[in-house]
Write a protein that binds this ligand. Structure first.
Ligand SMILES: *[C@@H]1O[C@H](CO)[C@@H](O)[C@H](O)[C@H]1NC(C)=O
Ligand SMILES: *[C@@H]1O[C@H](CO)[C@@H](O)[C@H](O)[C@H]1NC(C)=O
Ligand SMILES: *[C@@H]1O[C@H](CO)[C@@H](O)[C@H](O)[C@H]1NC(C)=O
Ligand SMILES: *[C@@H]1O[C@H](CO)[C@@H](O)[C@H](O)[C@H]1NC(C)=O
Ligand SMILES: *[C@@H]1O[C@H](CO)[C@@H](O)[C@H](O)[C@H]1NC(C)=O
Length: 390
């Protein structure tokens, strides 16, 4: 009798432990936990260039703010300025990425005195060889944006680029649509300047090596090849997520990005497929250089996993020509030239279209419609467009 009871007891304990393990695994960071367990059995990777120590934890990168010019050097304005050297002398290799506590945007601003309104920059002492726009799809990530700006501005200045940073902010609370926001960013950025390269950049990825130059290649480039999240390895061969770079020509060749991936996942693979359907290849920096640190976070509200992503992905071949840059519809709600970036807030609608509620009849006398549209004057202070209601 006693032994019979204790058998049941053991069985109960056993079941209890199983339940606990299952609960732990399903608690969000399932993937991280699994990779963690796998990593325990692997030898640590040598992250650096030469035969590095086994003290992997030690990041020997330099301060990204070292060696930047803070005051414009006196130079004769205009054509007399020489081109910047082909390789910037300010580049130093691995960077120590830091997230200083208590950092404010004002701090970032005071450390980047040469950045102009709207997050624009040109090297003070030479003519840049490249014009790069950074497009950041965005919603509710103030902290990430702050850290990205803190690390990104000096990173780009070290590369002696003419650059601009665009934050494309999805208005409202409807499911997030990263790829459509990037289409908006492409169109709006190209209205302002003849950028020769566009970097489509997640807000939570910080580059860790400034030899990862933010310029375009002859093929679309996937820059975020080695993220800490994936153990600094490419998760799979066709991966195109995180940070990618296309010229306007590449962008038109693939008909931009898909507009109908609402929620998390799939859109980056769709873009990768578009690249090969358009007869191009994915170019990548070396994994020593294309390294990124991801700012840890929980999945955002309003960005749930897109359950349709695999079905949609299977149809990219049929859909890519009729869904993309040629069909993107949106309304710019505001455009603000802030000290460290341009904030373009945009209504991209929902799966049911741009105006899911039946549109109200237009007001009888459309009073004094502003000329709006077109490129706003460069360096203008603060401009709010008011195309739409709300
Ligand atoms: C490893 O690190 C120690 C101290 O941190 C240093 O003295 C040694 O030279 C390093 N070895 C290599 C191969 O870098
Ligand atoms: C990490 O590297 C720095 C210099 O780059 C050195 O001062 C420090 O002692 C190193 N820390 C460890 C734990 O090896
Ligand atoms: C700073 O820049 C100068 C050239 O402008 C270069 O010679 C030097 O190596 C750089 N120093 C660092 C720490 O990057
Ligand atoms: C961008 O502008 C919108 C509208 O003015 C504002 O609600 C939002 O907070 C701004 N976002 C950022 C990151 O500046
Ligand atoms: C936008 O339009 C509304 C009404 O049409 C008006 O009340 C509001 O002041 C406008 N906002 C701006 C920034 O022009």
């Amino acid at each position: 009798m006693v032994s019979f009871q204790s058998k049941w007891l053991y069985l109960l304990i056993f079941l209890g432990i199983q339940l606990l393990v299952m609960a732990l695994l399903s608690l969000g960071g399932y993937q991280e936990r699994v990779t963690y367990f796998i990593r325990i059995f692997r030898k640590p990777e040598a992250p650096g260039l030469s035969n590095r120590n086994h003290s992997v934890a030690n990041i020997t990168g330099g301060d990204v703010y070292a060696n930047l010019s803070h005051s414009p050097k006196p130079h004769s304005h205009g054509d007399a300025m020489p081109y910047c050297p082909k390789t910037s002398p300010l580049i130093g290799g691995p960077i120590h990425v830091s997230f200083p506590s208590g950092l404010t945007l004002a701090d970032v601003q005071s450390k980047n005195t040469l950045v102009l309104r709207g997050g624009r920059y040109r090297p003070p002492d030479c003519k840049a060889r490249h014009r790069t726009a950074i497009i950041i799809p965005y919603r509710h990530r103030e902290l990430h944006l702050k850290f990205l700006l803190y690390n990104m501005h000096p990173f780009l200045q070290r590369q002696q680029l003419n650059y601009g940073i665009y934050v494309i902010h999805q208005a409202g609370d409807y499911t997030f649509n990263r790829a459509k926001l990037m289409n908006v960013g492409f169109r709006e950025a190209m209205k302002e300047e003849d950028w020769d390269c566009l970097f489509f950049h997640d807000v939570d990825l910080i580059p860790e090596d400034d030899r990862n130059t933010y310029i375009c290649d002859s093929n679309p480039k996937h820059a975020a090849i080695a993220m800490d999240k994936f153990g600094y390895k490419l998760p799979y061969k066709m991966y195109f997520g995180g940070v990618s770079a296309l010229t306007p020509l590449h962008y038109h060749k693939i008909n931009g990005f898909p507009n109908n991936y609402w929620g998390w996942g799939g859109e980056d693979d769709d873009i990768g497929v578009r690249v090969s359907l358009a007869g191009m290849f994915i170019s990548r920096p070396s994994s020593k250089v294309g390294r990124y640190k991801m700012i840890k976070h929980k999945r955002d509200k309003g960005n749930d996993v897109n359950p349709k992503r695999f079905n949609m992905l299977a149809k990219t071949r049929q859909t890519w020509k009729r869904d993309g840059m040629n069909t993107v519809d949106y309304e710019v709600i505001s455009r603000m030239y802030l000290p460290l970036y341009t904030n373009i807030t945009v209504n991209i609608g929902t799966e049911a279209g741009l105006h899911p509620n039946p549109p109200k009849p237009p007001p009888p006398a459309k009073a004094a419609e502003k000329p709006a549209a077109g490129a706003p004057a460069k360096g203008s202070t603060k401009l709010k467009e008011n195309h739409s209601e709300k």
